[in-house]
Design a protein around this ligand. Structure first.
Ligand SMILES: [Fe+2]
Ligand SMILES: [Fe+2]
Length: 314
């Protein structure tokens, strides 16, 4: 005999069915809460760790204008991290807990940020491919059933489109430059293309949590659907750039109405995910160091808040 849903459960189910938003004050199943905490905090960590590969180039940007743009972009990523940490906090986890999980190495973040950025063209390839993939992933999240997450995504997506365009423009400039500059742009795209396809996660038949997230209307499209949508966006843009996407088997399949591609090398993905990527240890070391170096700022802010509250009482 199946148990009757409680009044609260029935209300939650009705909210989801009606495509309404679940808010922090609403009752929600524990598993829904846990899934969101995991997803939103991983997403926040990705934004924060994602500042590093590009932050690396701020001091070496080729002009004042490029430096200003890159700095604005990296600051946006810090902002994304903060909105998302705040959204996760509404579910009952503290910022300190999330930070501890990140610097202890027990929390995950997007594997894409564990690759190095050896040339200026990497700034172009990251903006075009990594921020481009982020947009494809995140636009549907603007309608995620959990209110604070969906609302954070609306603003984030607007900024991501700027990031993607600035990456495209860096590559466009390089592609109109000298042979060495064109080669540098092509090399960066060759290195970032496959990892950016992996950002959508494993193929649908190997993605165990997807069905539940779809039922809860956190996820709206499958990993493979989003990956296809991304490739469809890249193909005409690559043609405009006159840059090659490094997949000899990439072609439109008219019958299947989808792109055929080469097999993705998932062993590499799982290696990087398991912490054995080229930059995993370095990213965590830098994050831990920044956290320790920032201790005095947190202490000062806490002391200021304490004095303000005393004044409010007086
Ligand atoms: Fe971002
Ligand atoms: Fe971005």
């Amino acid at each position: 005999m199946t148990q009757e849903p409680s009044v609260e459960e029935a209300r939650f189910d009705a909210l989801i069915a009606a495509d309404s938003r679940v808010e922090p004050r609403d009752w929600m199943p524990d598993a829904y809460r846990r899934t969101l905490i995991r997803q939103i905090s991983q997403h926040a960590h990705s934004e924060i760790i994602g500042m590093q590969p590009e932050g690396n180039w701020i001091t070496r940007a080729p002009s004042l204008k490029r430096k200003a743009i890159l700095m604005a972009k990296v600051q946006d990523e810090a902002g994304h991290g903060l909105y998302l940490y705040s959204a996760a906090q509404t579910l009952g986890i503290t910022r300190d807990e999330m930070t501890d999980q990140l610097i202890a190495g027990t929390a995950k973040y997007s594997s894409i940020f564990n690759y190095p950025t050896p040339t200026w063209a990497d700034m172009g390839a990251i903006g075009w491919l990594v921020d481009g993939a982020a947009i494809c992933n995140q636009v549907p999240l603007c309608r995620a059933s959990y209110g604070p997450y969906g609302r954070a995504m609306v603003r984030i997506c607007k900024e991501e489109s700027f990031h993607q365009r600035q990456g495209f423009e860096i590559l466009l400039t390089l592609m109109q430059g000298t042979p060495a500059q064109r080669e540098m742009a092509q090399d960066a795209v060759n290195r970032w293309y496959w990892p950016s396809l992996m950002m959508f996660g494993p193929p649908d038949d190997q993605s165990p949590n997807s069905a539940q997230s779809t039922a809860w209307k956190i996820k709206r499209f499958s990993n493979d659907e989003l990956r296809q949508r991304f490739i469809g966006m890249l193909v005409p843009q690559a043609a405009a750039l006159r840059i090659e996407l490094p997949d000899p088997n990439l072609r439109w399949n008219e019958d299947a109405q989808r792109y055929d591609t080469s097999e993705i090398d998932w062993t590499e993905f799982f290696e990087v995910l398991a912490g054995r990527g080229p930059m995993n240890a370095e990213r965590l070391r830098a994050r831990r160091e920044a956290h320790e170096d920032g201790a005095w700022v947190r202490d000062a802010a806490a002391e200021y808040a304490r004095k303000q509250s005393l004044r409010a009482v007086a």
